[in-house]
Design a protein around this ligand. Structure first.
Ligand SMILES: *[C@@H]1O[C@H](CO)[C@@H](O)[C@H](O)[C@H]1NC(C)=O
Ligand SMILES: *[C@@H]1O[C@H](CO)[C@@H](O)[C@H](O)[C@H]1NC(C)=O
Ligand SMILES: *[C@@H]1O[C@H](CO)[C@@H](O)[C@H](O)[C@H]1NC(C)=O
Ligand SMILES: *[C@@H]1O[C@H](CO)[C@@H](O)[C@H](O)[C@H]1NC(C)=O
Length: 332
C-alpha cells in the first residue's frame, strides 16, 4: 500500500522537476500472441507518461541466460519502437527452444525496468486450424480433405508437431448445429470419410489438435455439401445412360430419314440427257414423265377371227374331187 501511495505521489509531481524525476514504469501486461510460427510480443503502456517514449525488445535463449559467462548476450530485436508490439517471427527462434524475451521503455535518456517473459514455442505457441478444408461426396458418404496448418515458411506444421490430429464435427445442415445432432470424430489422417449419411445437406467444421503439449485450434468456418444418397446416385446413373440411348436412337432415326429423302429427291446418278428429252413433256422441265401417255394405255382387245359362216361358194367339181380329205379340214 505504501509503495502504491508513493508511486501515485511521484506520478503527480511536475515532469520539469528533473532531480525528483520518477523512474519510468516498465511496460505492463506483456504477452506473446502466437499462431503456428508467427510470434508477436505485445504490451500495454500508460499514455499519461507522455508521447516521447520508445521501446526496445531483446531475447536470449534460456540456456545462455543460465550461463554466467553468456547471460549478457541478449539479441536486440526491435529498438526505438513507438508502437506497443514487436514481431519475433523473423528472428529464427527454434520451435523446440526456450527463450527469455524482455521489453523496456526509454525516454529522455532514462530507461524503465525490463518486463520479461519466458517463451517456449513448442509449449506456448498456439496451433492454427487447417489451412484448407474441402468436401466431396462419394456413394452415400462424404470425404473431408484437410490440409495441414502451415508455418511461416509454408511448410506443414506436422514437421514441428508430429502428434498433430484433427477433430471433425459434422451435422445436418444447412443451418447452425443443434448440440444434440452434432457428431464428431478424431483422426490423424488428412482424408477422412464420413459414412452412413442420409440424403441431406451436411456441414463440417474441423479443429487441429496436438497431443503432446496439448493444443487446440479454433474451428474452421463450417462448409456444407449436399449428399445425393446411395439410391439416388444409381438412379441418376441410370437416367444418364437412358438419356444417352434415347439421344442415340433419335439421331439414328433422323440420319436414316434424311438418307432416304436424299435418295428420293436428289438421286446420285442423273438420267442421261437424251433419256430426259425423250421422257419430258416439254424442253426445260426436269421432271421425267415415267408413265406412258393415256392414248397408249387405252387399247381394246383385238381378236382376229376368220369370217363365219363361210360364203357358200361352189368350188369347181374338179377341185373338190382333187382335194384330199386332210386339206378340207385345214381350211375351216
Ligand atoms: C493491463 O491489463 C489490465 C487487465 O486487462 C488492465 O486493467 C490494465 O489497464 C492494463 N494495464 C495497462 C498499463 O494498460
Ligand atoms: C535508437 O535510439 C538511439 C538513441 O536515440 C540511437 O543511438 C540508436 O541508433 C537508435 N537505434 C535504432 C535502431 O534506430
Ligand atoms: C506462402 O504462401 C502464400 C500463399 O500461397 C504466399 O503469399 C507467401 O508469400 C508464401 N510465403 C513463403 C515464405 O513462401
Ligand atoms: C464426440 O462424440 C462422443 C460420442 O460419440 C461424445 O461422447 C463426445 O462428447 C463428443 N465430443 C465432442 C467434443 O463433441
Amino acid at each position: 500500500m505504501l509503495v502504491a501511495a508513493f508511486a501515485v505521489l511521484f506520478l503527480r509531481l511536475p515532469r520539469s522537476d528533473h532531480a525528483a524525476a520518477p523512474p519510468l514504469a516498465a511496460p505492463a501486461n506483456v504477452t506473446m500472441e502466437t499462431m503456428n510460427t508467427d510470434y508477436v510480443l505485445r504490451w500495454d503502456w500508460d499514455q499519461s507518461w507522455g508521447q516521447d517514449v520508445t521501446f526496445t525488445t531483446q531475447y536470449i535463449s534460456h540456456s545462455k541466460a543460465r550461463n554466467p559467462h553468456r547471460q549478457d548476450q541478449w539479441e536486440e530485436l526491435c529498438a526505438n519502437l513507438t508502437h506497443h508490439s514487436c514481431d519475433l517471427s523473423g528472428a529464427g527462434l527454434m520451435y523446440e527452444g526456450k527463450y527469455l524475451v524482455r521489453v523496456r521503455a526509454e525516454a529522455d535518456g532514462s530507461c524503465s525496468q525490463w518486463a520479461s517473459l519466458t517463451f517456449h514455442p513448442d509449449k506456448d505457441a498456439r496451433v492454427g486450424p487447417p489451412s484448407r478444408v474441402s468436401l466431396s461426396h462419394a456413394d452415400g458418404a462424404v470425404d473431408v480433405h484437410i490440409e495441414d496448418p502451415l508455418s511461416g515458411a509454408n511448410t506443414s506444421m506436422r514437421t514441428l508437431l508430429p502428434g498433430l490430429s484433427y477433430h471433425i464435427l459434422y451435422w445436418e445442415g444447412p443451418g447452425p448445429p443443434q448440440s444434440s445432432q452434432v457428431q464428431n470424430l478424431s483422426s490423424k489422417a488428412t482424408l477422412v470419410t464420413l459414412s452412413g449419411l442420409g440424403r441431406t445437406c451436411y456441414c463440417v467444421a474441423v479443429q487441429t489438435l496436438n497431443r503432446y503439449h496439448p493444443k487446440k485450434s479454433s474451428f474452421t468456418s463450417p462448409i456444407c455439401i449436399q449428399t445425393p444418397g446411395a439410391l439416388v446416385w444409381w438412379l441418376s446413373v441410370l437416367c444418364f445412360l437412358g438419356s444417352m440411348l434415347g439421344c442415340f436412337l433419335l439421331g439414328f432415326f433422323f440420319y436414316k430419314t434424311s438418307k432416304w429423302l436424299q435418295t428420293v429427291f436428289f438421286p446420285a446418278s442423273q438420267l442421261p440427257s437424251h433419256f430426259k428429252e425423250y421422257l419430258c413433256d416439254f424442253p426445260g422441265s426436269d421432271m421425267p414423265r415415267l408413265l406412258t401417255s393415256d392414248a397408249e394405255q387405252r387399247c381394246d382387245k383385238v381378236v382376229v377371227c376368220p369370217r363365219w359362216p363361210p360364203e357358200e361358194q361352189d368350188p369347181p367339181p374338179e377341185a373338190v374331187a382333187a382335194s384330199p380329205p386332210g386339206l378340207e379340214a385345214d381350211s375351216r
